[in-house]
Design a protein around this ligand. Structure first.
Ligand SMILES: Cc1cc2nc3c(=O)[nH]c(=O)nc-3n(C[C@H](O)[C@H](O)[C@H](O)COP(=O)(O)OP(=O)(O)OC[C@H]3O[C@@H](n4cnc5c(N)ncnc54)[C@H](O)[C@@H]3O)c2cc1C
Length: 455
């Protein structure tokens, strides 16, 4: 038996890390406070409970989520196997029977000779090697501990996410690059609205169907508490304050005259680059609680985004996460306590599969198997984002999308082909790095969860 490791939180990241480490001979103590104490979203005592949707997203290699799963499969992610065993029909997506999935993971962990489960809330992080995987709804003692250890400014409690679109899907004939009052580089892309377009957009926002908020989220959106999170205000709520609120605020057109005419637009929505390769753009100020299909319908009314391909959709929910680039070492341990690693959503990855990936990654790092991962892979880029200075922008949680990847040297015009080439490049690089083999994507997809119909 190797050394002992404590894992706090038996969610997606914690369960994956526990299985990975125990299989490699580590002695794992896994703390989980449920069912004695539930979070605001979990409903059972089972480990790895999926709190909302049952989808682990697409399996297609021309999607970021599909590529991430393929990479994880290659590196031996345990919970993906369980997901496959609990799958329900969902077209190209890997969707699971949520209860069955959680039962199976729980059983695997409970019966593993190398794992001891402690069913209680951890209020003090033990000494020795430890992984903190308490998730976006980490209980209060953990948040207090982190606040004392790191300072409040390194903790984010609330997540307001604006949609991200694929740069290739933006209509460059309509959208123009310009800095406000031409101060600085023209880094932003601008979508100009005329009066009719603007009011139609506002009406659509007001009428759009919203996600039903969880009870705890409702608290954020009522009364005085809402003011506290003014910067995270959903765009549809701003629109509700008055039909001109947006064009006097986040969509103000001043200093953003349309270069071809020199005229001022009625309103302007700005797009900010998500990465240095300029392959993905964030819709500035468009954090939203609108339902996903509604977001696609409404945001495609923005001039220039009629054919937008969304790499990520917007959302707002309580989400405790750390300012990881400022406080983590390269190996994802805390700078102030290098025997404490942070994993899962708390570390700033976003999404079920990303959290499982994070658990797998931490285990590999602790075992000394991963000192780095190829930059061509989504896994490598997720890791990089957690440690790389985000510049002037606030660090926001990161999910799997092609915008993370470095551009291809020889980029084809066909978008689907381009994404397939990016996937092939990633899997080949990972295959070489870890199995020292010439990786054959075609063989791989036959033996794995990938749906090869579209590849
Ligand atoms: C309301 C909500 C809905 C979401 N919906 C989706 C979705 O539909 N799709 C998607 O891809 N992502 C979704 N996410 C984001 C994210 O993928 C999930 O939250 C994911 O479960 C996070 O995985 P994790 O392992 O980091 O944390 P979790 O899976 O939440 O696991 C953390 C575990 O730690 C335990 N814990 C907390 N504090 C303590 C403590 N002090 N002592 C012991 N145990 C503790 C918790 O009980 C929990 O079991 C959602 C997030 C939230 C908050």
């Amino acid at each position: 038996m190797k050394e002992k490791i404590t894992i706090i939180g038996g969610g997606l990241a914690g369960s994956e890390a526990a299985l990975q480490l125990a299989d490699r001979g580590y002695e794992v103590d896994l703390w989980e406070m449920r069912p004695n104490k539930l979070t605001e979203a979990h409903q059972s005592g089972d480990l790895a409970e999926l709190v909302c949707s049952n989808s682990l997203k697409s399996t297609r290699l021309d999607t970021g989520a599909g590529l991430l799963k393929a990479e994880m499969k290659l590196l031996g992610a345990k919970l993906l196997d369980v997901a496959q065993d609990s799958a329900v029909p969902a077209g190209h997506a890997l969707a699971v029977d949520r209860m069955l999935f959680a039962h199976k993971v729980t059983k695997l962990i409970e019966t593993h000779p190398g794992i001891r489960i402690m069913r209680k809330e951890c209020s003090q992080i033990p000494s020795g090697k430890c992984i903190l995987a308490t998730g976006p709804l980490s209980s209060e003692p953990i948040m207090r501990y982190l606040k004392e250890l790191l300072g409040e400014e390194q903790l984010f409690f609330f997540d307001a996410i604006a949609p991200i679109v694929d740069a290739d899907s933006i209509d460059r004939n309509l959208v123009y690059a310009k800095a406000r009052y031409d101060k600085g580089d023209p880094d932003y892309l601008n979508c100009a609205f005329d009066k009719r377009q603007y009011y139609a957009f506002v009406d659509a926002l007001l009428e759009g169907e919203k996600h039903e908020a969880h009870e705890f989220e409702n608290e954020f959106f009522s009364g005085d508490k809402f003011n506290f999170y003014e910067n995270c205000m959903p765009i549809e709520e701003l629109a509700r304050r008055g039909k001109d609120t947006l064009r006097h605020g986040v969509m103000r057109p001043m200093g953003l005259e349309i270069p071809s005419t020199g005229k001022k637009a009625f309103a302007v929505l700005q797009l900010r680059a998500e990465n240095s390769d300029l392959t993905a753009y964030n819709l500035v100020g468009c954090q939203t609680m609108l339902r996903y299909p509604e977001q696609k319908r409404i945001f495609r009314q923005i001039p220039g985004l009629e054919n937008a391909r969304f790499l990520r959709l917007g959302s707002i929910h309580r989400n405790a996460y750390l300012n990881s680039p400022a406080i983590l070492n390269q190996n994802l341990s805390l700078k102030v306590r290098d025997d404490l690693w942070v994993s899962g959503q708390l570390s700033g990855v976003e999404g079920y599969v990303e959290c499982i990936a994070s658990g797998m990654l931490i285990a590999g790092i602790i075992c000394g198997e991963y000192s780095s991962l190829p930059e061509e892979s989504i896994l490598g880029q997720l890791w990089r984002r957690l440690t790389q200075d985000p510049g002037k922008q606030r660090f926001t949680p990161v999910n799997a999308n092609f915008g993370l990847l470095p551009a291809l040297d020889d980029c084809p015009r066909d978008k689907k082909l381009k994404r397939q080439m990016l996937s092939k490049r990633s899997l080949t690089a990972l295959g070489k790095a870890f199995h020292n083999l010439e990786f054959n994507v075609d063989e791989f997809k036959l033996n794995n969860l990938l749906n090869d119909e579209e590849q």
